[in-house]
Design a protein around this ligand. Structure first.
Ligand code: GDP
Length: 321
């Protein structure tokens, strides 16, 4: 019985994506989702139906929301956007803590930009495995090899471990829908990147027991109000379940979940339950904040919360001597 349940469980990968603005993040994620959909269709019908109208229709209307997923083979790859800036509120850490790996996307012409340094450093510090994508190698004056060196030097200066420095690198053109291990050897798809994610990013740990989810970000729906988003740390959250919210200030509140959703492609999708390792959106909670834990109704156990400190500044005013 147990074996059967396991067999139908989807395999997961959770990755954060770090990119400087305009380096092609939206384009790449769009194309990854499309690639997953096309491959799935192909496996159903036996042929690859690459319809240009579909491509045109999707192009330009898809905006990268905070969380999306790509279905590839029997994997679901959750892709989590990172803030493109340094912050002092713990937002970067919270987002990165949902992931087991990170995709660093760099323009093959511009190279690494100082603005991504902070987020990359945090990712390396918490031990995430990086994959590097050198994008836009179709550009005439691009310099992919130099850019690879730049990325390596940057990671080295950020004290990446030896294992992190051994990062896989993919070169390609998100715009032209291809990725390859060798930039001179153009392919006609994104499979090398999707395979690299499956191969190099570890699967999330699946913990059994009473449910626990740290609320790491918020979503909003005009119909249902505020939505709590996080990675289910342990156990399973179910639709209609009684739970306790362990607030950051230590108080406990017994309440009930209305719905649980997962991120499927560009959209949220309602589910019966969401289990340890997957990214979950919880609908129908009244009072909660980032840093609270959703936990068991009877035996609540809070997760360590992540500091949310106000930006601070100190100045010293002294006599001018
Ligand atoms: P984001 O700000 O990182 O999300 O970047 P976008 O995906 O919006 O891309 C920024 C611009 O770069 C757009 O005009 C894209 O069409 C273009 N772009 C994205 N990928 C490539 C690529 O592989 N090659 C070229 N030449 N342009 C690209």
């Amino acid at each position: 019985m147990r074996v059967n349940i396991l067999k139908f469980m989807q395999k997961l990968r959770n990755i954060a994506i770090i990119a400087h603005v305009d380096h092609g993040k939206t384009t790449l994620v769009d194309k990854m989702i499309m690639a997953g959909n096309l491959l799935r269709e192909a496996s159903k019908t036996g042929e690859l139906v690459l319809d240009n109208n579909d491509l045109e229709r999707e192009r330009g209307i898809t905006i990268l929301s905070k969380n999306v997923s790509v279905i590839y083979k029997d994997y679901k790859i959750n892709i989590i956007d990172t803030p493109g800036h340094a912050d002092f509120g713990g937002e970067v850490e919270r987002v990165l803590n949902m992931c087991d790996g990170v995709l660093l996307l760099v323009d093959a012409f511009e190279g690494t930009m100082p603005q991504t340094r902070f987020v990359l450093q945090k990712a390396l510090q918490i031990g995430l495995k990086p994959i590097v994508v050198v994008n836009k190698v179709d550009k005439p004056n691009c310099r992919p090899e130099e850019v690879y060196e730049m990325v390596f030097d940057l990671m080295f200066s950020l004290e990446a471990t030896e294992e992190q420095l051994d990062f896989p690198v993919l070169y390609g053109s998100a715009k032209n829908n291809w990725m390859s291990k060798d930039w001179r050897n153009q392919t006609d798809n994104l499979i090398p990147l999707l395979d690299a994610i499956i191969e190099h990013i570890p699967a999330p740990e699946k913990l059994e027991g009473t449910p626990q989810m740290l609320i790491t970000s918020l979503d909003y729906s005009p119909y249902t109000g505020r939505i709590a988003v996080g990675r289910v740390h342990r156990g399973t959250l179910k639709k209609g379940m009684n739970i306790t919210i362990a607030h950051r200030d230590g108080t406990m509140e017994k309440t009930k979940i209305k719905e649980v959703h997962t991120f499927e492609g560009m959209a949220r999708q309602e589910a019966e339950s969401v289990s340890s390792g997957d990214i979950c959106a919880v609908v129908g909670l009244e009072r909660f904040e980032i840093g609270d834990t959703i936990c068991d109704f009877e035996a609540p156990e809070a997760l360590p919360t992540i500091a949310i400190d106000e930006p601070t500044m100190s100045m010293l005013f002294t006599i001018n001597d």
